[in-house]
Ligand binder design. Sequence first.
Ligand code: 5AD
Ligand code: SF4
Length: 435
Amino acid sequence: MPDPRSYFVKTFGCQMNVYDSERMAELLEAEGHTQAASAEDADIVVLNTCHIRERASEKVYSEIGRLKHRDGPKPIVAVAGCVAQAEGAEIVRRAPAVDVVVGPQAYHRLPDLIARAKERPVETDLPTLEKFEALGKRRKAAPSSFLTIQEGCDKFCTYCVVPYTRGAEVSRPAAAILEEARRLAGEGAREIVLLGQNVNAYRHDRTDFAALIAEVAAIEGVARIRYTTSHPADMTDALIDAHRTIDKLMPYLHLPVQSGSNRVLKAMNRSHTAETYLAIIEKLRAARADMAISGDFIVGFPGETEAEFEDTLAIIRAAHYAQAYSFKYSARPGTPAADMDGQIDEDVKSDRLHRLQALVQEQQLAFNRAALGRTMPILLERPGKRDGQLIGKSPWLQSVYVDAGSTHIGDIVTVEIEGAFANSLAGRIAFAEAA
Ligand code: 5AD
Ligand code: SF4
């Protein structure tokens, strides 16, 4: 075993990176390393990076710069995740402060790579399920815990780097997933969030995604199930039906549409249209009337006209979102859209983004206001800013602030909603027992 040292894993990007970071922390703890309070104090700093938009990768290089100029002894710096995969050896050339580069499919080799830091190893093999089998030291599970069940993507949307950085679509065996879910439940998880770039495309042998959800729902101690991210093309009738039949499956779905213009959707190589997307939402709401929908939007895709952008506003009005994430198109080297004609001015993108976000804010606020005066079960997840305050989640993924009283993180309590804002709710605990 190497000398015990302190480590800090800093996560950028999506929830799958949050999950990977947790696994890397477990592996480092198995080596005897202990978690530092911040990157500033750690002997080993792992930057788990995101490459999805240009800004995301820029942040990594500025973080490396900060570490380089840190006071005291220099830490071992490992760059993990999608920037590591996309840029590989280029990172060790460009950034002398970096000692280790490890892609998202190879993080199980991190302890070994850190031991060989002097050689500045670069490990970017793709793809494998091997990493999931690497066992670290168990840590207490969060009340809402992530569980990656599927990785990679074969969809090749023309703007997106994921198929290149995460590799081809691979599903983990159901037995391994169920074992991990049971372990998480045993360590205090009440909610399991099933993760994948294309989570609803999950299939392993004869188990499809709807069947997997049913099996997770049968695990004692699991009270809530969520999943993200889904592609409209894989929204099967069986999955839609699961929202009607499985109570533990929360009435919330993140279903990115990206654009409301069929011409733009085609140029993006999305396999759905505005109409087929809205038809899925209609089916979901027929299966479960209170289904909350969230989405992702890209504005200023190459060639997007003002009229096409307005089609995106129109689909937002038609879908009634509970939440939405929106981005200016950002050209990613190596993707087809980066070389398309008709790249849009930054000013135009900014203007469209503001208009879209104003509409989404309105819908979000309306959605939250509809909760006023209602009582709902809230899973208490973390402390709030004020003393005695806790933050939990409603079934519809709204953040809810409450005064804890005698309740604890991990409890599911019945809350009466008394305040509604654009990004959160506030309420009063009506019953402390599980609802
Ligand atoms: N530019 C802007 N947004 C992007 N996304 C993915 N690639 C890009 C890009 N090149 C957005 C999509 C996706 C979300 C995770 O990030 O909306 O759903
Ligand atoms: Fe990227 Fe499209 Fe795959 Fe989502 S479905 S990860 S946007 S290529």
